[in-house]
Design a protein around this ligand. Structure first.
Ligand code: MCA
Ligand code: AMP
Length: 505
């Protein structure tokens, strides 16, 4: 095939009038209409000077047009780099510069703020608004509705997704056509998706979960999506009767369980609920089954690897586990110090190998070598064990990471900002349990001698440089940080001591 990812996910739907997207305003977009728009965008990008292999960075709201940008990149061989819509201009500058993006696509409302970012990165700037208007659609509207698909191989890059590092800079995970396609093929099969499915899609489309897991699976199955701009409880409950399946982060399911309208009658027709991106508490799994009769299917993945494991579709879905390694994915538990495989049942680092595992970090050969072994095994940084029946359980993380509502937050990034604030000597950022987000961010500060840090000013400083979801939900001044004899801050003590901060009364 000339371009395996495009041909398999998109191209083969050409001419199909079956619905691809059901939209919030009640309208429907067919596969054919979507692909015609895709071709127009592909022409526009090519006319803007983007060649195969160039990067296109996009910080755009979720819309059918935004999905067509992804499809157009695949069709024209451009590497798609989607960015969280919550990122500030400060955060964006790094991604655009580091990736060497040739084009930055943003919402019109952000164009003024991002023009200097594009300029300093020598990228051109185009806009695409949530309602489908903007300079991209203007330039695309008279373009031809077919495009000669650019030839690509399985090893060519399809996307960059940035993932933060425990220390230092974010890393651009390079994902190939084969990474994405092999995982979509496995998941369609494993979760029994067919063209009859209608997926309720309320996830953002700038991460693996909403873009590659949800969207690629639907495209490959030739199914349809109810495409909501975001997770809106009322809209989810209103549209659920027309869906057959839903994918979400645990926060989606805890929010739905808090709603009395979410009951057996509303969900009885559903085929499957899938959860991932963050741990689903066993109690949520149990409460969900009691309420609806459905057992949520939990799976486990990463930006660098797509999906690695899944509970079975037919067999027992076991609460508190992420199921079995997917077909084609090898998984082993290793000793964090020696790298040796541990006996079954012991806790160690989860390592995975397979066609799903990324190619490496963009321009970071040392980081790549630290995490991706020469034999192809990727060291996930998650701690886990395998039970006697083969179910994988994630028991912790060997990386300093907070997952809030499915978004990853690296404490180091926030600590660096807090440390710079007037009156602050040092800081430690930890995640504590949160009833809605699973975990949330708390910042601990030690004042410089004789100083009283202005907490309101610090919160404001966080506001201008960090995306809202990373902001500490509480700042607490301590006399000193707990440290072990080696001088290392003992975050586990802070987590234990302040674990009840957000516990419902
Ligand atoms: C929004 N806010 C958040 C978060 N989301 N704060 C902390 N953590 C969050 N995740 C902020 C909002 O800006 C707002 O700020 C306030 O919190 C509450 O707003 P709310 O309306 O409740 O937020 P929301 O719009 O409902 O968003 C919550 C959400 C959303 C629906 C859980 O975060 C979401 O869709 N998360 C999914 C993330 C995801 O797709 N992750 C997959 C990563 P203010 O109070 O100032 O108004 S891919 C991955 O992890 C791997 C590969 C995998 O395995 O899938
Ligand atoms: P990211 O790099 O943003 O894609 O986040 C990947 C991380 O999310 C993994 O390394 C895990 O720590 C976490 N994760 C994903 N799915 C699950 C799950 N089902 N249970 C627990 N943690 C998960």
């Amino acid at each position: 095939m000339a371009n395996p990812l495009y041909d398999t996910l998109f191209g083969r739907h050409a001419g199909q009038t079956a619905p691809f997207l059901h939209l919030s305003d009640g309208s429907t977009l067919s596969y054919d209409a979507f692909l015609r728009l895709t071709a127009q965008y592909a022409h526009t990008f090519r006319d803007a000077g983007l060649a195969p292999g160039d990067r296109l960075a996009a910080q755009i709201e979720k819309s059918p047009q935004a999905l067509a940008v992804y499809a157009a990149c695949v069709q024209a061989g451009i590497v798609f780099l989607p960015l969280n819509t919550g990122y500030t201009a400060d955060e964006l500058e790094y991604f655009v510069t580091d990736s060497g993006a040739r084009l930055l696509l943003c919402d019109g409302a952000k164009a003024d703020a991002l023009a200097p970012v594009a300029k300093s990165a020598k990228a051109s700037l185009m806009t695409l608004n949530a309602d489908g208007s903007g300079s991209l659609p203007d330039a695309a509207k008279d373009q031809p509705e077919t495009f000669e698909t650019t030839a690509r191989g399985g090893d060519d890059l399809a996307a960059f997704l940035y993932t933060s590092g425990t220390t230092g800079r974010s890393k651009g995970a390079m994902l190939t056509q084969t990474n994405l396609l092999s995982n979509a093929e496995t998941l369609v099969d494993y979760w029994a998706f067919t063209e009859k499915d209608v997926l309720l899609h309320a996830l953002p489309i700038f991460h693996t979960h909403g873009l590659f897991v949800a969207t690629n699976v639907i495209l490959l199955a030739g199914a349809a999506m109810i495409f909501l701009p975001k997770f809106d409880q009322d809209k989810v409950i209103e549209t659920l009767p027309r869906a057959t399946t839903m994918m979400g982060v645990p926060t989606f399911y805890t929010r739905l369980l808090d709603d009395p309208r979410f009951d057996r009658a509303l969900t009885g027709h559903m085929r499957l609920f899938i959860s991932g991106s963050a741990p689903l508490l066993a109690e949520t799994h149990v409460a969900f089954e009691e309420r609806t009769g459905h057992r949520i299917l939990e799976r486990y993945g990463m930006t660098e690897t797509n999906m690695n494991t899944s509970n079975p579709y037919e067999g027992e879905r076991r609460a508190g586990t992420v199921g079995f390694p997917l077909p084609g994915v090898e998984l082993k538990i290793t000793d964090p110090d020696t790298g040796k495989t541990l006996p079954q049942g012991e806790i160690g680092l989860i390592e995975v190998r397979g066609p799903n595992v990324f190619k490496g970090y963009w321009n970071m050969p040392e980081k790549t070598a630290e995490e991706l072994r020469s034999d192809g095994f990727f060291i996930t940084g998650d701690l886990g064990q395998i039970d006697d029946q083969g179910y994988v359980q994630i028991v912790g993380r060997n990386k300093d990471l907070i997952i809030s509502g499915g978004y990853n937050i690296y404490p180091k990034e926030i600590e660096l900002l807090l440390d710079e604030q007037p009156g602050v000597l040092e800081s430690a950022v930890v995640g504590v349990p949160h009833p809605d987000f699973g975990e949330t961010v708390v910042g601990f500060l030690v004042a410089q001698k004789g100083e009283t840090p202005d907490l309101a000013a610090i919160a404001e400083a966080a506001g201008t440089s960090l995306a809202r979801f990373k902001h500490p939900r509480k700042l607490i001044v301590l006399d000193e940080l707990p440290r072990n004899t080696m001088g290392k801050v003992q975050k586990n003590i802070l987590r234990a001591e302040y674990g009840d901060l957000f516990k419902p009364a």
